[in-house]
Write a protein that binds this ligand. Sequence first.
Ligand code: GSF
Length: 201
Amino acid sequence: MELYDNPASPFCRKVQVVLRETGQLDEVTPRFAVGSPTAPEQMPVAENPLGKIPALVRPGGATLYDSRVICRYLDQRAGAGLYPEPPALWDTLVLEATADGIMEAAVLMVYEARCRPEEIRHAPWVAGQWEKITRALDALEARWMAHLHGPFGMGQIAVGCALGYLDFRHGDRDWRGGRESLAAWFLKISERDSMAATLPA
Ligand code: GSF
């Protein structure tokens, strides 16, 4: 299989962590891809019409995107159990969606600065993205710590990748302030081999 990938992408990192956690790293050949909505030339637009990464090309099967589909596929393929059976599944999926929402807002903030000319940038829109992130972080701190400290699975992987991306791209914004439990949990999960081997770059 071929994986369109970039080490700076938090969505690609989810897939890279799952590959390591499920022992499938050797089954995937990475294909470096870089781009944005305004520069899709080097993105796998033939494989994913949305022009986004990650995208997993499978011989004899449809290309898979987005990261949630790829992670679920890799987990099932290995029988690894990163997604539990219902009803626990619904919590895992909501937690993954929350983490993905943090990543999406954080990536849009980067694109606003990178893709949009300075004179038409809109500060309230950027502030609104950061508000989404802070609300989601507050929800993690207030409601999800028991789950995060529970059995390891896709929810923990996704949240770990989201927090790592905040450090990588928005390190000046102090997401840890007032969220001591989440910060301590992140320190611990960052020590896992799969997380340490996939630091954003
Ligand atoms: C989001 C992927 C995405 O936005 C997923 O895979 O879960 N919901 C999708 N990827 C970014 C790269 S990034 O992680 O910074 C991407 O491909 N952007 C190009 C674009 O045109 O938005």
